[in-house]
Design a protein around this ligand. Sequence first.
Ligand SMILES: Cc1cc2nc3c(=O)[nH]c(=O)nc-3n(C[C@H](O)[C@H](O)[C@H](O)COP(=O)(O)OP(=O)(O)OC[C@H]3O[C@@H](n4cnc5c(N)ncnc54)[C@H](O)[C@@H]3O)c2cc1C
Length: 440
Amino acid sequence: MKAEGWGRFPRIDGQLVSGWDEMAVLRRIAAGGSMIACGARRSYGDASLNPAGMLSMVPMDRLLDFDPATGLLLCEAGVTLADILDVFVPRGWFPAVTPGTRFVTVGGAVAADVHGKNHHRDGGFGAHLAFCDVMLADGRVIRCSPDRDPDLFAATLGGMGLTGVILRASLRLRPIETAWIREDIFRSSGLDETLDLFGRLHDRSYSVAWIDAFATGARIGRAVVMTGDHAGLDELPAELRQAPLARTVRRLPAVPPGCPSWLLNRASVRAFNEAYHRLARPRRRLSALDSFFHPLDAVPAWNRLYGRRGFLQYQCVLPRTAAAAGLRRLLAETAGSGWPSFLAMLKPLGEQGMGLMSFPMEGYTLALDFPAAEPVFPLLRRLDAIVDDHGGRLYLAKDARMDAGMLRRGYPAVDRFQEIRAAYGSCGRFGSLQSRRLDL
Ligand SMILES: Cc1cc2nc3c(=O)[nH]c(=O)nc-3n(C[C@H](O)[C@H](O)[C@H](O)COP(=O)(O)OP(=O)(O)OC[C@H]3O[C@@H](n4cnc5c(N)ncnc54)[C@H](O)[C@@H]3O)c2cc1C
């Protein structure tokens, strides 16, 4: 069958079997050969692709246990954050970390050690795990945590499925009083002001900036910065206090399968960026949880907007000290290339945490979207050189093209990661197109 990630590039033919339960996972592993587990395929590139064998963990989707005293939820790897929100928001609980879409599985969130808009304060997904159960190549199931088999835990967190199949995880939810976010919106006129705003607003729980990637000269890095905190019951107007935990989920019509790529063109996106920046009035407002955390989820299949050739998301992180200079060069290079990114987001990140291959480092992460067109690849190689020059790295969950040299320069723990994989018998058994490209 055909398989692809969220970016629809690359697209492969491969064998996909379903992990209905632990026995089905064991049977697939016992069948031998190279394989990779996959979740909801919200990673953009080739991390969940392997022509020789793919194991979908989506069917293992049971919630197993919840302890309101600790907020710990035990669930199977195929449970999505959308499932968790559906069940737990009405009961006053929210995931400690959520990425920009709720349609990811818990297994995928662990394997990529995903970060949210609160990484600078709360760390990544892995920082809120009590443990996870991993099935190894010999069929053993190891319950690993920061204290038990910590090596396996550290390699699994952010390890992109290369240690084994994550079966279950115990993750911490946080209590909330309402399904609303107190959101503050700021507008900046250039990069220095954007970074200054992030610095001044460091105590906000959630922070993110939309960047105008078409801006040049002194306006490079101009942004709409959005911060948020969970709103308390006493902050809601009377009409919302009747049902403070009721969600408001917007759903627009899906983008149709044959959507032509010319819909997203430079002129239309430039006009949109200009209007978006101009119309973003600095203000405070109450935002519904779903539109604050997952705005793109309102448009089903929005990844079709780039047409059949698909698209790439270039997400890098630069250390704090090098961020201003590096971001300026990255944005100038893209704006001047004739291939400005259609969507550009900037977020502050905190420390890496325990995952050896986890993406975050203390600094800023910039995410840029490009069509997967031939002339874009030389531009991305120039961006790679800038990221390298500034001591940064690329996010494996978005990557479809980085080379092994760049991985090694950006991820200094890669040898340790490989040693642990070898010790647990994972090398040669769990692999993806991405791991092959990266010599892992
Ligand atoms: C609109 C959008 C916004 C996003 N925003 C963010 C963001 O803000 N922050 C962020 O960090 N990420 C973000 N992402 C990326 C996404 O969170 C990650 O790619 C996540 O890993 C996807 O989970 P998945 O279930 O779709 O996994 P897949 O894409 O299917 O797989 C991702 C990786 O996890 C591995 N994997 C999946 N399940 C298992 C399992 N059970 N056992 C072992 N390995 C497994 C796969 O092998 C693969 O390497 C975003 C993606 C989209 C589409």
